[in-house]
Write a protein that binds this ligand. Sequence first.
Ligand SMILES: NC(=O)c1ccc[n+]([C@@H]2O[C@H](COP(=O)([O-])OP(=O)(O)OC[C@H]3O[C@@H](n4cnc5c(N)ncnc54)[C@H](OP(=O)(O)O)[C@@H]3O)[C@@H](O)[C@H]2O)c1
Length: 286
Amino acid sequence: METFTLNDGREMPKLGIGLNQVPSADVGPALAHAFEVGYRSVDTANTYLNERAVGQAIRHSGLPREDVFLTTKLWSTDSGYTKTSTAIDRTLKRLDTDYLDLLLLHQQYGDYNGAWRAMQEAVAAGKVRSIGISNFNLRRLTDLTSRATIMPAVAQLERHPYFQQRELKAFLERFGTVVESWFPLGRGDKELLAEPLFAELGRKYGKSPVQVILRWHVQDDGIVIPGSTNPAHIRSNFELFDFELTPEEMDRIAAMDRNRRFHNLPEFLERIIFQSMRMDYDKRQR
Ligand SMILES: NC(=O)c1ccc[n+]([C@@H]2O[C@H](COP(=O)([O-])OP(=O)(O)OC[C@H]3O[C@@H](n4cnc5c(N)ncnc54)[C@H](OP(=O)(O)O)[C@@H]3O)[C@@H](O)[C@H]2O)c1
């Protein structure tokens, strides 16, 4: 598996498996298959309510803990120094591990600066190796990075050929922050997957349109975490490292950017909804 070297010197696989909305009962089989295929990076979150199942699947895999790159995310209702410190300990317990490879702040709401301080302390305490953010806009990212002593290693953002986040990606480069794409396949959007360019390039390289899109992500210096519980998809999504798009082909995909996101809530509504999503993560694991 190819890796990116993060700004803190740690290595992170370029490809992982995403577990958004995957019920706990499906996590075990999906991860067992993914590990067998060769995946070594797993993306979950407090709000996915499947962390306990993820911890169990890693244990049952028999893989040494250090061979698996484990990412999870803290929700904004736990933002703030004290709440975040407690949330980190609870998260470790649910995942049945004594450290996280990457801990992300899931949303830009609440006291994210207090949360970041607690995350920096968790790094110093050895509970977390790398820390990063998700879904921050330029303004809040500027605020956070102006106070932080550890710069985000990773920024997990909605990103796909229709929504390439060029401005934010360029801003993040000054901190050496690697972009990680969520909705890398536009959530399986039919129009995106049926773009003639991906079929054309797929024919050229003997690959599927999905493999071409995923290859574009990693070749554009992004980490990619496609979500799937389908064994055939999990396997084929892994086969990205035996072909290379030319610079001209990369440019043609770059030209598909149309500032179209698939997650489209206005910010004021998002803040209200997200800040009211109080969940007892310990009890509500599905
Ligand atoms: N930070 C955030 O706020 C945030 C938000 C959303 C997601 N995420 C993370 O990003 C990950 C990826 O996002 P996502 O899963 O929502 O969207 P996605 O990866 O863009 O798309 C997933 C969809 O694509 C389908 N798919 C996957 N591989 C395929 C293939 N080879 N051929 C055809 N269809 C395929 C899947 O169906 P099958 O199951 O049938 O394969 C599923 O319906 C998540 O799992 C999560 O870990 C983070």
